[in-house]
Design a protein around this ligand. Structure first.
Ligand SMILES: [Zn+2]
Length: 354
C-alpha cells in the first residue's frame, strides 16, 4: 500500500490539520492490524517452531559452544552452580519434569518409532502412550564433552572411578561381565552388581514392595541419546540452547559422565508407578527402603537430598550405584545422606581405587 502525503509547503495549515485527522485513524488501524496479526501468528505452533529455530540459529552463531564445559578446574572438591529457574522442592521438580518431558507410566510404553517425529529421538523407556507429537526442532549431535587428560579414566575396570561432570569415562569404555537382568524391568548390569541387586530386590519383596529396574547399563551412545532427549524437552520450552543444556544437565548426565555407563548403576522404582513420580506412595516406600538398606547390599545413593551444590545433580532417590558392601557401609557410617559434605564421588576420590 502506498500513502501519498502532500508536501507541507504546498498545503495550508488548515489542510495539514485535516490531513492529520484523516491519517491518524488510518495509522492506528495499521498498528492494530499488525498487533493482532502478531498475536494470531504467535499462537500458531508452527510459527513457534520457526521462532525456536531462529533462536537456535542466533544462539549457535555467537553463543558459547554447546559442547564446551563451563570450567576446566580439576580440583577434586568441585562446586556446581544450580540452575536458578527450576523448582528446588522435590515434589514440584517431579511435577515439572513429568509435565514437560513425557516421563509417563512405564506400563504405557510403546516403540520409539511411534511417538517421536522430526529430529527428536527418545529413549524407548521414556516414551509414553499418547505422547503428543514432538515439534520439529534442530538436534544437537553429537554432544561431546571435552575433558582434560588428567580427568579421563584410564581404568580397565572403572567400577570405582569417580565419574561426575568433570571426571570422564572414555566413549569406548564398556564394562566386562555385562549380564542380562532377570529382574522386573530388565536391562544389563555387571555380574557382581546383578548379584547384589537380586539380594536387594529379595529383601524389598519380603517387605511387600515391588521394585523394578527402570534403567540400568547405558552405553556412551545411549547416554548421548538420553541427554539429547531431555535437552530437546527443555529446548521446546522456548529457552536458549545454553539454558536448555544447563537445565537438562541438572538431572541427566552428558555422555561419558554417566554412572550408568559403568554397568554398576540402576534407577529403581515401583513396578506399578511412573519411574520418576515423587508423589507415588509406592515409589516412596521403595526409595525409603533403599535409603535405609542399600548400603547393606553394597549400593549408594549417588545424588542425595540437598546436595545439588556439590554433586551437580538434583536429588535422585532412585539412582543407586554398586561399590560393594564395605565401601557403601563406610560411606553410610560417615552420614553421607545427612547434611554434611560427603557424597559418593568425593569419597571415591579419597579412596583412590580406580
Ligand atoms: Zn540414574
Amino acid at each position: 500500500m502506498v500513502i501519498e502525503i502532500t508536501p507541507r509547503n504546498l498545503t495550508s495549515p488548515k489542510a495539514q490539520k485535516s490531513e492529520r485527522e484523516m491519517l491518524l485513524p488510518l495509522i492506528g488501524a495499521m498498528i492494530s492490524a499488525a498487533v493482532f496479526s502478531y498475536i494470531g501468528l504467535s499462537i500458531n505452533s508452527q510459527v513457534n517452531f520457526v521462532r525456536l529455530e531462529s533462536i537456535w540459529n542466533a544462539q549457535t552463531s555467537g553463543a558459547p559452544a554447546l559442547n564446551a564445559q563451563t570450567s576446566t578446574n580439576s580440583s577434586p572438591t568441585e562446586q556446581f552452580e544450580p540452575s536458578a529457574d527450576l523448582p528446588t522442592d522435590p515434589t514440584a521438580l517431579g511435577a515439572y519434569l513429568v509435565s514437560g518431558l513425557d516421563a509417563k507410566s512405564p506400563t504405557s510404553l510403546q516403540p520409539a518409532s511411534t511417538g517421536a517425529v522430526g529430529a527428536v529421538s527418545a529413549p524407548q523407556y521414556y516414551l509414553a502412550k499418547n505422547r503428543p507429537v514432538a515439534p520439529k526442532v534442530k538436534t544437537i549431535s553429537p554432544i561431546v564433552t571435552p575433558s582434560g587428560p588428567e580427568l579421563t579414566a584410564s581404568c580397565n575396570d572403572c567400577k570405582y572411578f569417580p565419574v561426575n561432570k568433570k571426571w570422564t569415562l572414555s566413549s569406548s569404555y564398556i564394562p566386562a561381565n555385562l549380564t542380562a537382568v532377570n529382574l522386573p524391568g530388565g536391562g544389563e548390569l555387571t555380574k557382581a552388581t546383578l548379584g547384589a541387586m537380586t539380594e536387594l530386590f529379595s529383601a524389598a519383596n519380603a517387605q511387600g514392595l515391588k521394585p523394578k529396574v527402570n534403567s540400568a547399563y547405558r552405553s556412551f551412545a545411549k547416554q548421548q541419546e538420553t541427554f539429547n532427549y531431555w535437552y530437546q524437552g527443555e529446548l521446546r520450552k522456548g529457552i536458549t540452547p545454553l539454558k536448555a543444556e544447563q537445565n537438562a544437565n541438572r538431572y541427566s548426565a552428558k555422555p561419558g559422565h554417566s554412572e550408568h555407563q559403568l554397568g554398576t548403576t540402576a534407577d529403581i522404582s515401583c513396578a506399578n508407578a511412573s519411574g520418576f513420580d515423587r508423589t507415588s506412595q509406592c515409589n516412596n516406600a521403595i526409595w525409603a527402603f533403599i535409603k535405609d538398606n542399600a548400603h547393606r547390599y553394597g549400593f549408594v545413593i549417588s545424588y542425595p537430598q540437598g546436595k545439588e551444590g556439590i554433586t551437580g545433580y538434583v536429588y535422585e532417590p532412585w539412582h543407586i550405584r554398586f561399590v560393594g558392601v564395605e565401601l557403601a557401609t563406610e560411606l553410610h557410617t560417615r552420614g553421607y545422606l545427612g547434611s554434611n559434605g560427603w557424597y559418593l564421588t568425593k569419597f571415591l576420590q579419597e579412596k583412590n581405587l580406580y
